[in-house]
Design a protein around this ligand. Structure first.
Ligand code: AP5
Length: 209
């Protein structure tokens, strides 16, 4: 099954996509994670992406579309994949429709005013990428899975989060309408505990069979 996760920054796309990828045994493809890895490795793509990501803007479509096109052609995607963070504007959605058949689009819906706190309080493991929130860390500063150092993402500052939310409203929200017109769109309530969101996603996907 080829699945797209939509949702504002901090809606829980990464959290849910990672859980679903484990359950379905298909790859979780996060364009944000791919860009961050490229930035860490100082690749040409990373050098282009860094300025945009640090400002909370979208990396140009021509870079992002080619990246995803190349990624979903890889062998591990033959039984399906989950796209997290792509498509992010209508041009990307149109491009995707030309090179992949999408079976379901899950929109994780949550009021935008809930998201600033989620994002500015997020800490990620520098080693394995696991995500935490300061409210639940109780002062712990290392990853419970691999003992890596917990750090704040460079784009999780208050100012950049605001830019990301603005970009979402202007550029990504129209993608919802694009998929409404295809009949693929399913809404899930993102403003509930992680496991409840996951349960709702599983039910939506089971209904498609
Ligand atoms: P990306 O990495 O995709 O960031 P994002 O869309 O802003 O999404 P996040 O990763 O911040 O949030 P999420 O929805 O995955 O939430 P998460 O599960 O982590 O993109 C970063 C940048 O890369 C972009 O700004 C852009 O510059 C560039 N980029 C990426 N894709 C691109 C594209 N296609 N085109 C152009 N540029 C692109 O959860 C967030 C926090 O909330 C965590 O702390 C988590 O623990 C917590 N949480 C999750 N679910 C719940 C819940 N139910 N209840 C309470 N807390 C929760």
């Amino acid at each position: 099954m080829n699945i797209v996760f939509l949702g504002a920054p901090g809606a829980g796309k990464g959290t849910q996509a990672s859980m679903l990828a484990k359950k379905y045994q298909i790859p979780h493809i996060s364009t944000g994670d791919i860009f961050r890895q490229n930035i860490k490795d100082q690749t040409p793509i990373g050098l282009v992406a860094k300025g945009y990501i640090d400002r909370g803007q979208l990396v140009p479509d021509e870079v992002t579309v080619e990246l995803v096109k190349g990624r979903i052609c890889q062998d591990d995607c033959v039984n399906g994949f989950i796209l997290d963070g792509f498509p992010r504007d209508v041009a990307q959605a149109e491009a995707l429709a030309n090179f992949a058949k999408i079976d379901a689009v899950i929109d994780i819906v949550i009021p935008l005013d809930r998201l600033t706190k989620r994002l500015t309080g997020r800490r990620i493991c520098a080693k394995c990428g696991e995500s935490y929130h300061v409210d639940f860390l109780g002062g712990v500063s290392n990853c419970s899975k691999c003992d890596g150092e917990l750090i704040q993402r460079a784009d999780d500052t208050v100012e950049t989060v605001q830019n990301r939310l603005n970009v979402y409203t202007v550029k990504t929200a129209p993608v919802i309408e694009f998929y409404e017109n295809t009949g693929l769109l399913k809404d899930v309530n993102g403003d509930q505990p992680v496991q409840d969101v996951f349960q709702e996603i599983i039910e939506v996907l089971n209904d498609l069979h």
